[in-house]
Design a protein around this ligand. Structure first.
Ligand code: PLP
Length: 387
C-alpha cells in the first residue's frame, strides 16, 4: 500500500491533533508496535509479584491468563515442521490460515486479517478511530490496553461500571459519550470473566453515532459457550472483532491473532504501514494456528479440562467461604476482603504467581485456571496463608 503520509497528517490535523501529537503518532507507528512504548509491562501482569530481580521458579503460574500448556498437538507438529523453511517469508500459509478462520466463522476471507497477537491490532484500531475529538468508552473493570493507547494519543476516555450482573452497560456507555470514536466491549470480560450478550452489542451498533465503531474483544471466547460476534462483521456492521491465539490455543509466546471486520474498517488502520505486520508473520506460528483451528475435538477437550479444574477450584472456594464472580472463562476474580496486592505478594512467597487486582476492586485478585497441579498448589497456599 502507498504510504500517503501527507493525507494522513491532514486527516489527523482535521481531527484535532496538534503537530506535536501527530509527530508522536508517526514515530510510534514507525516503531512497529504501539504497545511497547505505551505501557509499562508490569501493568499487564507478566511480571512476578515477588518484585524485581530474577524470577523465582514458581510452582504455579496463574497470573497472566495464559493456557497451562502449549499449542494443541497438530499445531505444535506443524510449527516444528515449518522451522526448517524459516529462511523464506510467509507465503501461502497465511492465506491457508485466513481461509480456515473465515470458513469456521462463516465470513468472507477478505474479512479476516492475521496479526502477531491481538495487542497490535487493538492499538492501531484505537489510534485510527479515537482522537482528541472522538473518545473511547470502555468498561470498569476491563482490559486496559485500549484506555492506555487512547490516553497516549490524547483521546478522552470514559469508564463505565459493569452492570450488577457484570455485563457491559451498553446504554450507559453510549450515554457517557454519545460521540465517541470507539465503544470497547470485551466478552468474556477480562478481568470479571463475565459475558455481555450479543443483543446488547447489536443495540450499541444500532444506536452509536456515525463514524464510530464497536470493538468486540473475544480473547477468551473459546473458553465460554457464548456465541461469537463474527456474524455482525459478515453483515457489514461497523464492528471489528478481535481474536487471539494466546489463550485456549496456548500460543501466547508464539504471537498469533486475527481481526474479523468488513475490509474497509481494517484498511483504515493500515494506512501508515500498509499492514506489513499482518503479512510478515512467523510461519511456524501461522501454520500452528491453522492446524489448531482445524482440531475441533482437541479444542473441546481442552475446554472441558479447564471446566473440570475450574469447577474443582470454585468448590474449594465455596467451602472456605471465599466469594468470587461466577466465571465464563479460564479465570475468575476472588474477593479476599483484604488488600489484594498483599495477598499477591504472600502467594508469590509460597511459589504461586497469581494475577493482579483492578483499582475498582482492590480486594480482589484475578486467578487464571492453570493445570490441576497448579490449582492444587494454589489451594495449598490459600490454606497455608489462612485466607
Ligand atoms: C481481553 C484481552 N485482549 C487482548 C489481549 C492481548 O493479548 P495478545 O496480544 O497476546 O493477543 C489480552 C491479553 O491478555 C486480553 O486479556
Amino acid at each position: 500500500m502507498d504510504l500517503q503520509n501527507d493525507d494522513v497528517r491532514a486527516d489527523l490535523s482535521a481531527r484535532g491533533y496538534s503537530r506535536r501529537a501527530i509527530g508522536r503518532v508517526f514515530s510510534l507507528l514507525a516503531a512497529g508496535a504501539a504497545v511497547g512504548p505505551l505501557v509499562a509491562p508490569a501493568a499487564y501482569a507478566q511480571t512476578s509479584a515477588a518484585g524485581a530481580g530474577p524470577r523465582p521458579q514458581p510452582k504455579a503460574l496463574i497470573g497472566a491468563n495464559e493456557c497451562w500448556e502449549g499449542p494443541l498437538e497438530p499445531g505444535a507438529r506443524a510449527a516444528a515442521a515449518a522451522i526448517s523453511g524459516g529462511n523464506r517469508y510467509t507465503g501461502s500459509e497465511r492465506a491457508d490460515f485466513v481461509n480456515a478462520l473465515a470458513s469456521i466463522e462463516n465470513v468472507p476471507p477478505a474479512y479476516v486479517m492475521a496479526w502477531p497477537g491481538s495487542s497490535d491490532p487493538l492499538s492501531r484500531i484505537i489510534v485510527t478511530y479515537c482522537s482528541p475529538t472522538r473518545g473511547l468508552v470502555t468498561a470498569d473493570p476491563t482490559f486496559e490496553l485500549a484506555e492506555s493507547v487512547a490516553k497516549y494519543i490524547g483521546a478522552p476516555v470514559k469508564r463505565v461500571p459493569l452492570t450488577a450482573d457484570h455485563a457491559h452497560d451498553v446504554k450507559a456507555m453510549l450515554a457517557a459519550d454519545p460521540n465517541a470514536g470507539i465503544y470497547y466491549v470485551c466478552t468474556p470480560n477480562n478481568p470479571s470473566a463475565t459475558l455481555t450478550g450479543l443483543k446488547d452489542v447489536e443495540w450499541l451498533l444500532a444506536n452509536k453515532p456515525a463514524g464510530s465503531i464497536v470493538l468486540l474483544d473475544e480473547a477468551y471466547i473459546h473458553f465460554s459457550d457464548a456465541p461469537a460476534g463474527a456474524y455482525l462483521a459478515a453483515q457489514d456492521k461497523e464492528i471489528i472483532v478481535l481474536r487471539t491465539f494466546s489463550k485456549l490455543f496456548g500460543m501466547a509466546g508464539m504471537r498469533l491473532g486475527a481481526t474479523i471486520a468488513k475490509p474497509a474498517l481494517m484498511m483504515k488502520t493500515m494506512r501508515y504501514d500498509g499492514g506489513m505486520v499482518s503479512y510478515a508473520l512467523p510461519t511456524p506460528s501461522v501454520v500452528c494456528g491453522t492446524a489448531s483451528l482445524l482440531a475441533g475435538d482437541l479444542i473441546r477437550q481442552r475446554r472441558a479440562e479447564m471446566l473440570k479444574v475450574r469447577a474443582d477450584t470454585l468448590a474449594f472456594l465455596d467451602k472456605r467461604g471465599l466469594a468470587y464472580v461466577p466465571p465464563q472463562a479460564n479465570f475468575f476474580m476472588v474477593d479476599w476482603k483484604k488488600p489484594a496486592a498483599e495477598v499477591r505478594k504472600a502467594m508469590a512467597a509460597e511459589g504461586v504467581d497469581i494475577g493482579r487486582s483492578w483499582p475498582i476492586w482492590p480486594t480482589r485478585s484475578r486467578i487464571t485456571i492453570g493445570s490441576a497441579a497448579e490449582m492444587d498448589a494454589f489451594k495449598r497456599a490459600v490454606v497455608t496463608l489462612n485466607l
